[in-house]
Ligand binder design. Structure first.
Ligand SMILES: O=c1[nH]c(=O)c2ncn([C@@H]3O[C@H](COP(=O)(O)OP(=O)(O)OP(=O)(O)O)[C@@H](O)[C@H]3O)c2[nH]1
Ligand SMILES: [Mg+2]
Length: 204
């Protein structure tokens, strides 16, 4: 049975400003305001699992334990069919450099690895989002969303974050970075997962 949440404020256990902005915007119509782990100075736990749900559990339970409040985490990434699902849980790692994350470089790597598979390699990929809400007593619940699409090159668009300029959702001829944010939230992996979370934890 899904445990319900009360009150209008939710702790979101992420240090990613792009995710936080999207979750804030998706939850606004439900009267839920959001506080991020970064602004609450919570440490960033190490993501040691090899599944989205495993890492989402680590982040949500760490924040719930540290604050005594229910905490929502988001573990997400891109799975590329021709690369057997890579980068998957390592999506952020592909962007890491000694000077911070560089997504131009991460997108170029995805394109290079696809080209190395061959000209005929399918360009299909999925954005995946796993949300975990954890309570301080150790209870948790999981919600998931997937957005299928194609990886295009050269990249296009200025909105969004991460790999958005490379990702063209199925049924669209523009990338996620060319959409306005509300349009992306309507169809995205994160939009779908948050809708399920709202239904489960705030619904009747
Ligand atoms: O173009 C994108 N549009 C999206 O909608 C999206 N959602 C996730 N991602 C990427 O997937 C990785 C998640 O890694 P991740 O779950 O560990 O998050 P993170 O480390 O950035 O923050 P945190 O929540 O762990 O604090 C990061 O590289 C994100 O850029 C996206 N990229
Ligand atoms: Mg992370």
């Amino acid at each position: 049975m899904t445990r319900k949440l009360e009150g209008g404020k939710l702790l979101v256990a992420t240090h990613n400003k792009g995710k936080l902005k999207e979750i804030t915007e998706i939850l606004a119509p439900y009267g839920v305001s959001v506080a991020g782990a970064g602004e609450m100075n919570l440490p960033e736990p190490e993501e040691t699992e090899d599944t989205f749900v495993g890492n989402a559990r680590i982040k949500a339970h760490a924040a719930a334990k540290a604050t005594g409040l229910p905490a929502l985490s988001d573990d997400s990434g891109i799975t590329i069919d021709a690369l057997n699902g890579a980068p998957g849980v390592y999506t952020a790692d592909w962007a890491e450099t000694p000077n911070g994350r560089d997504f131009q470089r991460a997108m170029a790597r995805a394109n290079d690895e696809l080209n190395a598979v061959g000209a005929e390699a399918p360009r299909t990929a999925q954005f995946r989002c796993t949300l975990v809400i954890a309570w301080p007593d150790g209870h948790d619940e999981v919600f998931e969303g997937v957005m299928p699409g194609q990886l295009i090159w050269p990249i296009r668009g200025e909105h969004g974050f991460g790999y958005d300029p490379m990702f063209q959702p199925d049924g669209y001829d523009i990338t996620c970075a060319e959409m306005n944010p509300a349009e992306k939230n309507k169809i995205s992996h994160r939009g779908k997962a948050v809708a399920q979370f709202v239904q489960g934890c705030f619904g009747g």
